[in-house]
Design a protein around this ligand. Structure first.
Ligand SMILES: NC(=O)c1ccc[n+]([C@@H]2O[C@H](COP(=O)([O-])OP(=O)(O)OC[C@H]3O[C@@H](n4cnc5c(N)ncnc54)[C@H](OP(=O)(O)O)[C@@H]3O)[C@@H](O)[C@H]2O)c1
Length: 289
C-alpha cells in the first residue's frame, strides 16, 4: 500500500473501500469487515448512503478483533446537499455523521456536491476541522472552474477532491487544477461506473494477461499510477480481495497511454453533473426530516 500526504501532513491510503448503494446494513457491515480483513484501511461512506452506522459497527468490530487500531483507519464521510443550507445545518450534519459512525473524529469529511450554499457549509467544516472533529476536509464533484473559484476564495483549501474518473473519463484538466492547488484527487467509480463496461475490452484484457492480472486490477492500477486514490466497491469477498491486489505490478508508459486513450470525455460519465435535472434531484433529495 502506498500513501498520499495531504496538505496538512496527514497520510491517506491510496486505496480504499467504497460502500455506495450497499443499503442492507448487515451486508454493509460484513463487506467493510471483509475489506479491513483484506488490508483496506480507508473506508468511504456518506450521509446520503444511509449506512454510516453499519460502517461504524464494522470498524468497532475490526478494532475489537485486533485486526487494526482506530488510528490506522482512515474513515471518510460526506455532507449531503440537504444539509448545505447554511452554517448551522452544516454543523449539525457533521455532528450527526460523527454520531452515526460512533467515532470521536472523522478522518476526512467532504462536501458531497457543489450545490446549495456550499461556502457556508465549508465554513462549518473549517471550524470543525480547527476543533479536531475532522482530521481533514475536502470536496467532491468539484469540476475545474468550480474548484478554482473555491480555492481562490476559502481560508482552508480542500485537501481532497473526490471525482468520477476511470479510463472512459480521464479528467486530465481536473487533475491539473488539483495539482496546482495541492488538492489530492480521489476516484469514485474507479471500475468504470457502469456506463461503459471495461470487462470485455480486448486491449484491457491483453494488458491484464501480460501481467497475470484481471481487467479490474489493471484499471485500478492505471489510476494509482496517475497519482489518483481509488475506492472500488464490491459486496463480494473474492472481488474485495482481488481489487486490493494491485500493489505488486507496474504498467508500462505505453500501457498507461493505451488505457488513457479510451477517454470519451463527458460522454463517458456515469452521472451527468451539468444536467439541471440531476441538480434538481440532488437539491430536493431528503435523507432526514
Ligand atoms: N462522491 C460521489 O459522488 C460518489 C459517487 C459514486 C460513488 N462514490 C464512492 O466511490 C465508490 C466506488 O464507486 P462505485 O461504487 O460507483 O463504482 P465502482 O467501484 O467503480 O464499481 C462498483 C461495481 O463494480 C462491481 N465490481 C467490483 N469489483 C469487481 C470486480 N473485481 N470484477 C467485476 N465487477 C466488480 C461491483 O459489483 P459487486 O458489488 O456486485 O461486486 C459494482 O457493481 C462508491 O462505493 C462510493 O464510496 C462517490
Amino acid at each position: 500500500m502506498e500513501f498520499k500526504t495531504l496538505s496538512n501532513g496527514i497520510k491517506m491510503p491510496m486505496e480504499g473501500f467504497g460502500v455506495f448503494q450497499v443499503r442492507d446494513k448487515e451486508e454493509c457491515k460484513q463487506s467493510v469487515l471483509n475489506a479491513i480483513r483484506a488490508g483496506y484501511r480507508l473506508i468511504d461512506t456518506a450521509a446520503s448512503y444511509t449506512n454510516e452506522d453499519a460502517v461504524g459497527e464494522a470498524v468497532r468490530e475490526a478494532v475489537a478483533e485486533g485486526i487494526c487500531t482506530r488510528e490506522e483507519l482512515f474513515i471518510t464521510s460526506k455532507m449531503w446537499v440537504q444539509d448545505m443550507q447554511n452554517y448551522d445545518t452544516a454543523r449539525k450534519a457533521i455532528d450527526s455523521s460523527i454520531k452515526m459512525l460512533g467515532v470521536e473524529y472523522i478522518d476526512l469529511y467532504l462536501l458531497h456536491q457543489a450545490m446549495k450554499d456550499y461556502f457556508s457549509a465549508w465554513r462549518a467544516m473549517e471550524d470543525a476541522y480547527r476543533e479536531g472533529k475532522l482530521r481533514a476536509v475536502g470536496v467532491s464533484n468539484f469540476y475545474p472552474f468550480v474548484l478554482t473559484n473555491f480555492c481562490e476564495t476559502v481560508d482552508i483549501k480542500p485537501m481532497v477532491n473526490q471525482i468520477e474518473t476511470h479510463p472512459y473519463f480521464t479528467q486530465e484538466q481536473s487533475l491539473e487544477v488539483m495539482n496546482h492547488y495541492g488538492v489530492i484527487p480521489e476516484a469514485w467509480a474507479p471500475l468504470g461506473g457502469g456506463r461503459y463496461s471495461p470487462w470485455n475490452d480486448e486491449m484491457l484484457g491483453s494488458i491484464a494477461k501480460n501481467h497475470g492480472k484481471t481487467i479490474g486490477q489493471v484499471i485500478l492500477r492505471w489510476n494509482v499510477q496517475r497519482s489518483v486514490v481509488v475506492i472500488p466497491k464490491s459486496v463480494h469477498k473474492e472481488r474485495i480481495e482481488e481489487n486490493f491486489n494491485i500493489w505488486d505490478f507496474v504498467l508500462t508508459d505505453e500501457e498507461m497511454a493505451k488505457i488513457s486513450a479510451l477517454d470519451m470525455g463527458y460522454q463517458g460519465t456515469a452521472i451527468k453533473h451539468f444536467d439541471p435535472e440531476f441538480v434538481r434531484m440532488c437539491t430536493n433529495r431528503k435523507i432526514h426530516d
